[in-house]
Design a protein around this ligand. Structure first.
Ligand SMILES: Nc1ncnc2c1ncn2[C@@H]1O[C@H](COP(=O)(O)OP(=O)(O)OP(=O)(O)O)[C@@H](O)[C@H]1O
Length: 598
């Protein structure tokens, strides 16, 4: 919805445009429950009119002295209605849960199919946040609102049929006044939709303050800098502003609904007065008087209900729209985007004049980058902050497409290769590696799910990466739960998590390894040991190692120095020192720094 968009009849009708998608989603949750719920709603739609007729018969029966037979009908209908209500609460409770689960699954499934570019896109993040917040209940509510419309139309038609034999224009008067109140509600809702929509950014801001104030990772700094009050004040200000606007709208709604309800009431009382007068003149009996009075009120309440449910559907539509727009985002099917050629084993890897801009941006963060390596070789990439090292790692691991130039594996362009197969041959430790709040077995085993239950392999990976004795000392060894989310989870230090991430990369048994500062959290002894082991592990493989501490780049066969997205120097440590360029400058600064510190 944009700023000038109006919520009119057209938009009301458009609210139904997602009916098919919504129905398909709900149908898949459980077709049998769906049909039961629809049937119950339809039957509940008929019950008011059937009850009305039975009550009329009861009154007529009492007057005619044959109350018992009429009573039988009346009781039968009461029992039927009660049984329907019980069945409704049973099936709706379960079905609602199934639909919420199905929607959640769809959202998660969709998220896993998005590209990294989408996930890093703030618009997509915004959409995701909105659908996650609303997804649990909106689709089912919209569905029941639709059923309520049908249910009330059934009641309305029944009441109209009953009344038409008496006075057709009475029906018209009641329906017309209800229509007027619907229109006024529509105008107010139009304003409210706009407010809700424009609130998204402020709501996100409020959500962020909540996150800062309640998240364990931010707690230390917030407490120490005494920022709690500061953020809380900002949070409160947002909701205070929301409340002021809400209050204005609520007052407006109150005034308009008081006026339209008065109109409705006048129409209702006038028609009822007419019926009472005719009954007093013996135009019809008490039974008929009852059915007409009830019929008029049913016509009005069911028409009101139809309208209010349509309004609610419009409101839900705002969110449902977001859900289906999100679900319709282009899916990254690596197999469809990439080639089909299998990659059995990586022997050589090459970047040839690769340039890259992040999606939605114009600035080249990599410019004509070229390098190559073959099995048994390891290159180190160094450079200042923001020079493009991590971007390079993301391109090497095929997390982005859309670059210029060529990336070649065994001399073949990766565009012709099956990307999923290729990624299986790559092991990676990112700077922001994941702490899986699960058992240690999983934390290592997730590197290769095929052997996740194979303890021997997991022990082997632990030993090879030097964390064997650490694992043996844990209370439940491989079964030790790690992290804060799990009950009695073992708390680890940053360095311990990092060593586990390295073990996870190496259990993969890949050909090409990309290690983005795998030593950032390690103490000097652990770092030294880890390098010995990494060197060993990479002996017959291809290694790309991103380093900030230049001393650790020395073990590489070749060092690439990046600056402003370009490779500005290339060579061994000795060659680069002899060149006396940026590498030599950075190396000297770092060495001097440590010497001064020492
Ligand atoms: N997702 C992104 N979208 C747009 N621009 C990005 C994104 N990620 C990084 N950049 C930009 O790309 C440039 C290179 O960033 P990159 O993270 O590759 O640098 P780096 O050399 O790894 O830095 P550091 O040493 O600080 O880790 C930076 O200017 C950064 O602003």
């Amino acid at each position: 919805m944009n700023e000038n968009e109006q919520i009119g009849i057209k938009e009301v009708l458009q609210s139904f445009r997602h009916w098919r998608n919504l129905f398909a989603l709900i149908w898949r949750a459980n077709p049998s429950y769906l049909m039961r719920v629809v049937l119950i709603y339809l039957l509940l739609g008929v019950t008011p009119i059937v009850t009305l007729v039975a009550t009329k018969k009861l009154i007529d029966g009492v007057i005619a002295g044959q109350a018992l037979a009429a009573m039988g009908w009346y009781v039968g209908i009461l029992v039927f209605k009660q049984a329907l209500t019980i069945a409704q609460s049973y099936y709706e409770g379960l079905f609602q849960q199934l639909v919420a689960n199905a929607v959640q699954e769809k959202i998660i499934e969709k998220t896993t199919q998005l590209s990294l570019a989408d996930i890093e896109n703030t618009d997509v993040q915004e959409q995701l946040k909105r659908v996650q917040q609303e997804a649990m209940y909106r689709p089912y509510q919209m569905f029941t609102q639709m059923l309520n419309v049908i249910n009330n139309v059934v009641t309305f038609v029944g009441a109209v049929v009953l009344l038409i034999s008496w006075k057709w224009w009475a029906v018209l008067v009641v329906a017309l006044t209800t229509g007027i109140s619907f229109y006024t509600s529509l105008r107010i809702n139009q304003e409210q939709f706009k407010i809700v929509y424009e609130r998204a950014a402020k709501q996100r801001e409020a959500w962020y303050y909540t996150h800062l104030l309640t998240f364990d990772k931010t707690f230390k700094e917030i407490r120490l800098f005494q920022l709690g009050e500061f953020f809380l004040t900002k949070f409160k200000a947002i909701y205070r502003d929301f409340y002021i606007v809400d209050q204005k709208i609520a007052k407006k709604r109150l005034n308009w609904s008081a006026a339209s309800e008065t109109l409705n009431l006048v129409a209702l009382i006038s028609v009822i007065y007419l019926a009472v007068r005719e009954a007093m003149r013996n135009v019809f009996g008490v039974g008929n008087l009852y059915s007409y009075v009830q019929g008029i009120s049913l016509t009005q309440t069911s028409a009101q209900s139809v309208f209010s449910n349509i309004l609610a559907i419009c409101q839900h539509n705002l969110y449902i729209e977001q859900l289906f727009v999100f679900l319709a985002l282009p899916t990254v099917e690596p197999k469809l985007l990439s080639g089909v050629q299998d990659v059995e084993r990586i022997e050589t890897f090459e970047f040839r004049d690769v340039s890259f801009c992040y999606p939605g941006t114009e600035r080249e963060v990599l410019h004509n980058v070229s390098f190559s390596l073959q099995r048994g070789q390891c290159i180190a990439i160094v450079g200042r902050n923001g020079s493009g090292k991590t971007t390079l790692a993301k391109l090497i691991t095929q997390l982005y497409a859309g670059y210029d130039g060529e990336i070649l594996v065994n001399g073949e362009s990766v565009r012709t290769l099956d990307v999923e197969q290729l990624q299986k041959r790559i092991g990676v430790v990112f700077q922001d590696y994941v702490h899986y709040e699960m058992t240690l077995r999983h934390n290592i085993g997730l590197g290769n799910t095929e052997t996740i239950e194979d303890d021997e392999k997991i022990w082997e990976a632990s030993e090879k990466t030097g964390i064997g004795s650490f694992v043996r000392n844990l209370p439940h060894q491989l079964d030790t739960e790690l992290g804060r989310w799990v009950v009695k989870g073992e708390q680890l230090s940053g360095g311990q998590w990092q060593r586990i991430a390295i073990a996870r990369a190496f259990i993969r048994n890949a050909d090409l390894y990309v290690l983005d500062e795998p030593n950032s959290a390690l103490d000097p002894i652990a770092e030294f040991e880890m390098f010995e082991r990494i060197r060993d592990l990479l002996r017959d493989r291809l290694g790309i190692y991103i380093a900030h501490r230049l001393a650790s780049a020395r073990f590489a066969d070749r060092i690439l120095v990046m600056d402003g997205g370009q490779v500005i120097e290339q060579g061994t440590h000795d060659e680069l020192m002899a060149l006396d360029g940026q590498y030599a400058e950075m190396y000297n600064v770092q060495t001097n720094l440590y010497e001064v510190k020492a």
